[in-house]
Design a protein. Structure first.
Length: 421
């Protein structure tokens, strides 16, 4: 079994879906499980729907739901000529259910409602793609990840029950249609023991591919992107980027942890545990070799990698009574950050101060400052950047920080990190 993952850019419109179909036809005689994301910017639109739902803004809610419906109907109309096909009925039924949700009572937990609404993008895209490849001769079967990946009740970032998920996936594949070679399912989503839909965190479709690969003992995983593979820097910010043709699981985990956007941070570990190689390839040039991620790390140090995280907030926390930032103080600070689901990208402490760097779009500073006071005092700098250099030398450091104001610096033998403005 091979596992493929196609992200939002690779299924953004009808032409992109045709391209996915052409790639899958190359493997029609091999068992392939395909994990897909929502189409284009559908997830963002569904998040907007949720905001209008929570605000009880009926006009904008219905308008945005209708926009999304029209978007999917238009794509289906380009792919299918029979307006009575079940794909159109499926789309209409799903959006009718979404509209009716406005009249129903809301759950107290916002994260629960998020998962019930935002997960629908992957359900739509996977169903449409499955119908398309069926029409073009693939013996394909649609799998519902909301019945296969079992998680806990930590909505919006659910934790996987690996043993139960493996049992559910194995049992489902054993009852599949005879001679089926292609299975198409959703990334990003799972379900609780009670049957409620959960999501695995933003950009969690990569992780879903790893979960299915782990649970099926897949021979390999391929993530299809709009880039030629894993590059040593984001081409949006850097010229003359280089392809990392082969790196180790360990290096990929480090790069993902530091913020490299090609691979979701949780994706690598399940594959490493079973020695399943991961390929990152371009859906625009499927014959090119791309990047191979596996156990061998002999090439990791050959090319320096650059990762830039923009729109960061550097927060410096000190005790209001000028006492030391000791273990007790750190425990209180971490509890506040954990309970508010604020992820720390970098941290550093001294006797009297504890500094953290967080994503500016994921922290409400007024709320956070209120929770830290009156025990702690805070100062912060908004709009700063975090630059990470893997396998650095002085030349690469000079390249990145020349003429910039360095607010904080950390170095290890392999990695240099700078907070700059």
């Amino acid at each position: 079994m091979k596992v493929f993952k196609f992200g939002g850019a690779s299924v953004k419109d009808a032409e992109a879906i045709r391209n996915v179909g052409s790639i899958l036809l190359r493997f029609e005689h091999e068992p392939v499980l395909v994990v897909v994301s929502a189409m284009g910017k559908t997830t963002n639109k569904l998040e907007a729907c949720l905001s209008y739902l929570l605000a009880q803004d009926q006009l904008n809610y219905y308008h945005t739901v209708d926009e999304l419906r029209d978007f999917h109907v238009d794509i289906a109309g380009e792919l299918f000529h029979d307006e009575h096909r079940k794909v159109f009925t499926f789309i209409d039924d799903l959006f009718e259910q979404l509209k009716n949700k406005f009249e129903k009572p809301l759950a107290e937990q916002r994260s629960f409602e998020y998962d019930q609404v935002v997960s629908l993008g992957e359900v739509l895209s996977s169903f449409i793609i499955n119908e398309y490849v069926l029409e073009h001769g693939l013996k394909s079967e649609w799998l519902d990840a909301r019945r296969l990946i079992r998680t806990d009740n930590h909505y919006q970032e659910a934790n996987v029950n690996w043993e139960k998920s493996e049992a559910l996936i194995t049992a489902r594949l054993e009852t599949s249609i005879h001679n089926t070679n292609t299975y198409i399912t959703q990334g990003f989503i799972g379900h609780t023991a009670e049957g409620f839909t959960t999501t695995l965190g933003r950009e969690g479709s990569d992780y879903s591919a790893a979960i299915f690969a782990f649970c099926t003992n897949a021979s390999e995983v391929t993530i299809w992107k709009d880039v030629p593979g894993m590059l040593n820097a984001d081409p949006k910010y850097f010229e003359n980027t280089q392809l990392l043709s082969q790196i180790s699981y360990r290096e990929a985990i480090e790069l993902a942890y530091f913020g490299a956007s090609v691979i979701h941070p949780k994706t690598i570990k399940p594959l490493q545990n079973k020695g399943i190689p991961l390929f990152v390839k371009s859906f625009l040039a499927p014959d090119e070799p791309g990047t191979t991620i596996q156990s061998e790390g002999g090439n990791d140090h050959l090319i320096p990698s650059f990762i830039v995280k923009k729109n960061q907030v550097l927060i410096t926390i000190s005790s209001a009574d000028f006492s030391f930032i000791n273990e007790d103080a750190l425990a209180k600070i971490f509890e506040i950050f954990y309970s508010n689901r604020i992820k720390i990208n970098l941290m550093q402490n001294s006797a009297l101060n504890f500094s953290v760097l967080v994503d500016g779009d994921k922290v409400h500073m007024e709320s956070l400052l209120g929770k830290l006071s009156p025990t702690f005092k805070c100062k912060y700098n908004e709009g700063v950047e975090l630059v990470t250099i893997r396998h650095y030398n002085q030349s690469t450091i000079n390249q990145m920080i020349s003429g910039r104001d360095v607010l904080l610096e950390q170095r290890s033998r392999q990695t240099a990190r700078f907070v700059i403005r």
